[in-house]
Structure formats: structure tokens, C-alpha cells
Design a protein around this ligand. Structure first.
Ligand SMILES: O=C(O)C1=C[C@@H](OP(=O)(O)O)[C@@H](O)[C@H](O)C1
Ligand SMILES: C=C(OP(=O)(O)O)C(=O)O
Length: 431
């Protein structure tokens, strides 16, 4: 168990930092490159534990992957070139790995078993195994195919028109990936638009993908041929969110974050913190490999509470833990609704954040589908736990910047999942 202690920042957070690679895009780059023909080179890849799990699984499926300091090289096997794994595929803590890889394995004429850590073994998988079974894959698992380990025997798929009950990019991506292997067309409709990295990247690899955001529907044609390519992964806005929040809530801060992905399906956090009164400037907005990227300058700001729900939720789903910390520092009330998906992440993020914030002296309550926070209480500090959830650990660490006593985060090693070196970086820019 690793413990991290964060003490107050007397002069705020200052300077410049470069945000590490986007986790969602890094996973997809390795997965899609593996089923493309030819060589792909990936720069800016996130070497967090989750993305390393994806690399490990693809190696077990026979893909040659070279990991160098600044570049990952993937020798693609073509759409159907993966080989039957001898061992169980282990996804660690990564829901994205299990769900997206299930979509690919559903297209393979062989048997594979996919599992992960204690948290993965609790997370619902029928949201992907259900539609994949409708397409013709044979999948089983505990709780009638809802829980890992999943046993998948794929092949012989037919296209479906799937209306997903949840706005989930993992569900959408799994079905679209299986759709590449299916006879005919496959489409997915979702209640709100979720992150669209799969659509953007599959198109770049040469697949026929049609996105119709107005109707929240994406269509792929079966029998695609993906061609290897070079990919530059932008910085992860979900990682930048911790430093955006830290700078906004700590007096004296003036921080520049470089290389932040600004995909509109991910940038809800920018809209919300501006709406709360946050001073955040966007500069050098540019497009790299079909994904918008910018630099951000964030200054300490007096924030007020806000209300969020509906289509905004998928645009900032992973930022809600850190948003709850910000809300506890803002003046007035913040209401977060329509966010029941938080209950099926690495932990139940509604309960873990509310219980730990309350233990630090915040006024926060869990609701059926979100939380209500009355901001402005001075936090006491003390010991909290990440509950082995990376986003919970990093969010709680930030409380130490403004609390009376330091904040100690137990099980802080969980943060390596998406942000290796997070606490060192926080200490570096804090004075
Ligand atoms: O597709 C992805 O890369 C992800 C989608 C989201 O999950 P859901 O699809 O379950 O909403 C998000 O929470 C997760 O961190 C990464
Ligand atoms: C929910 C997350 O990831 P995953 O679903 O891939 O475990 C996350 O990174 O916050």
C-alpha cells in the first residue's frame, strides 16, 4: 500500500506542465493497430497500467509490439490474424480493455477467456455481452455472462441495429468493433452522444464509419480492411481536469497545461468550470490526427455552485469525482444528477467521493443518481482512501491543497492506472 500526503500550497500552483497521453485514445490505438495490416507507430501513448494491460493482452493474442521510450510500434495482424491465446487474458483494472477487446474477440473463430482484478470482477459486462451474443458470438461468464471471467467463442457474426440503454462509449465501441467482422451493416444508437474516439480513429484506419450525431447513431460496414498508420495521442483532458481543479481552488495559482485533448464529446469539464466562474483560457487550438488539442491557462478563481445532468454527463463522466471536490470549495449549492453510471466504475464513485469528502469536513450527500454538495466549508484534512480507484485517489489528494491539516491518501498506487507520477507532478508545481 502506498500513502501520499498533500500539504497546503502557500503560493498556489504555478508553471507549466505537459499532460500525459489520453487513456481512451491510447487503448484504441493499440487495439486498432493490432487488427490493421502493416506497421503502426504510436507517439504520446499513455504508459499507465490500464493501457499496459491492453498491450499485454494483444501480445498474448500474437501481436508483436515494441515499447520504446517515446514510441510504441505495433506490427498489425490484419482483421482476422490474431491467434488463440493459451492463457487467460488479464485486463487488470481496465474496463475499457475488457469491453473493447470483447468486441474484437467476438469476431474471432477461436476461444478466449478474459478477466481482471477485483474491481473488474464486479463491473457489469452484459451491456456488451448482450449485443455481442445477439450478433452470434457465444459468450458465457458468471451471472449469466454479466461478470468476468468471460469465455468468448466468436465468429460467424451478423450485423445488428442496437439501441443502447446507456450512453457508453465502451458499449458503442464493442458493438462497432464486432460490426467490422459481421455480415452487413451494424449500427448503434445511444441516449446521449458518448466519446467518439472509436469513430474518429476507425475512419482514420480506413474503415467505413458513418456518424450521425443528431440521431446519436453510428454505422459501420462489415468486412473492413484497416491499414496501419502513425498516431499522435493527445494529452488526456480527464488527467488535465485534476490540475484545472487544483489551480482554480488554490489561491495564487496561475498554471499552463500543454497538449490537452479538446474533443467536444470529452470537454464538458471546461464548460462546467467556466459556468462556475472559473478563469480558464484556451490557446493554440489545433487538430492532430483528427482530434482537437489546445493549451490551457487556469488561474485561481472564486467559484459558485452549479447544476449538471442530461447530455452533459457523458461529456464529463470521469471528471465528476474531481468536480465534487471543486463543488465543495465553491460558494453555494451544486447538484449533479443523471449520473447513476458512476456506481459501476472502479468503485461506486458517488458513495466513495461523498463518504470521503464528508470525512474531511465537506457538506455532501449522495442521491439516487448523483450528489448534492453545499460548498464553502473549510476542510479539516486527515486520512482518506482511494478505495483502489485512481480518480478517487487523485481527487481526494487535491483536498490537501486547501485543508487546515494535510490530507493523506491511502492506496495511492491506484493512481498509476491513468496518471503515472501524478503526486510528484503535483508537488513539483506547488509552492
Ligand atoms: O471508452 C472509453 O475509453 C471510456 C468510456 C467511459 O466508460 P463508459 O463507456 O462505461 O461510459 C469512461 O468512463 C472510461 O473511463 C473510458
Ligand atoms: C472508468 C474508467 O476506466 P475503465 O472503465 O476503463 O476502467 C476511468 O478511467 O475512470
Amino acid at each position: 500500500m502506498t500513502i501520499e500526503t498533500i500539504t497546503g500550497a502557500v503560493n498556489g500552483l504555478n508553471g507549466t506542465l505537459t499532460i500525459p497521453g489520453d487513456k481512451s485514445i491510447s487503448h484504441r490505438a493499440v487495439l486498432f493497430a493490432s487488427i490493421a495490416r502493416g506497421t503502426s507507430r504510436i507517439r504520446g501513448f499513455l504508459k499507465g497500467e490500464d493501457c499496459l494491460s491492453t498491450i499485454r493482452c494483444m501480445k498474448q493474442l500474437g501481436v508483436h509490439i515494441e515499447e520504446e521510450q517515446d514510441e510504441i510500434t505495433v506490427e498489425g495482424k490484419g482483421l482476422k490474424g490474431l491467434s488463440e491465446p493459451v492463457e487467460v487474458l488479464y485486463a487488470g483494472n481496465s474496463g475499457t480493455t475488457v469491453r473493447l477487446l470483447s468486441g474484437i474477440l467476438a469476431g474471432m473463430d477461436f476461444h478466449s477467456v478474459l478477466t481482471g482484478d477485483a474491481s473488474i470482477c464486479r463491473r457489469p459486462m452484459s451491456r456488451v455481452t448482450g449485443p455481442l451474443k445477439q450478433m452470434g458470438a457465444r459468450i458465457d461468464g458468471r451471472d449469466e455472462g454479466n461478470l468476468t471471467p468471460l469465455s468468448i467463442r466468436g465468429g460467424g457474426l451478423r450485423g445488428i441495429h442496437y439501441s443502447s440503454p446507456v450512453a457508453s462509449a465502451q458499449v458503442k465501441s464493442a458493438v462497432l468493433l464486432a460490426g467490422l467482422y459481421a455480415r452487413g451493416q451494424t449500427n448503434v444508437t445511444e441516449p446521449f452522444v458518448s466519446r467518439d474516439h472509436t469513430e474518429r480513429m476507425l475512419k482514420a484506419f480506413g474503415a467505413e464509419v458513418n456518424a450521425d450525431p443528431e440521431n446519436r447513431r453510428v454505422t459501420v460496414e462489415g468486412g473492413a480492411h484497416l491499414e496501419g498508420r502513425n498516431i499522435q495521442v493527445p494529452g488526456d483532458i480527464s488527467s488535465a481536469a485534476f490540475f484545472i481543479a487544483a489551480a482554480l481552488m488554490t489561491p495564487g495559482s496561475d498554471l499552463v497545461l500543454k497538449n490537452v485533448g479538446m474533443n467536444p464529446t470529452r470537454s464538458g469539464i471546461i464548460d462546467v468550470v467556466r459556468d462556475m466562474g472559473g478563469d480558464l483560457e484556451i490557446s493554440r487550438l489545433r487538430e492532430e490526427n483528427g482530434e482537437p488539442v489546445a493549451d490551457l491557462r487556469v488561474k485561481y478563481s472564486k467559484l459558485h455552485g452549479t447544476e449538471i445532468g442530461g447530455e452533459m454527463i457523458p461529456r464529463l463522466i470521469d471528471e465528476i469525482p474531481v468536480l465534487s471536490v471543486l463543488a465543495a470549495q465553491a460558494e453555494g449549492k451544486t447538484v449533479i444528477r443523471d449520473a447513476a453510471e458512476l456506481k459501476v466504475k472502479e468503485t461506486n464513485r458517488i458513495d466513495t467521493m461523498v463518504s470521503q469528502l464528508v470525512s474531511l469536513g465537506a457538506d455532501a450527500k449522495a442521491t439516487e443518481d448523483g450528489m448534492v454538495i453545499h460548498g464553502g466549508s473549510v476542510l479539516s484534512g486527515g486520512a482518506v482512501s482511494s478505495f483502489h480507484d485512481h480518480r478517487v485517489g487523485m481527487s481526494l489528494g487535491l483536498c490537501g491543497l486547501v485543508s487546515k491539516e494535510p490530507v493523506t491518501v491511502r492506496d495511492a498506487e491506484a493512481c498509476e492506472v491513468s496518471y503515472p507520477g501524478f503526486f510528484e507532478e503535483l508537488r513539483r508545481i506547488k509552492s
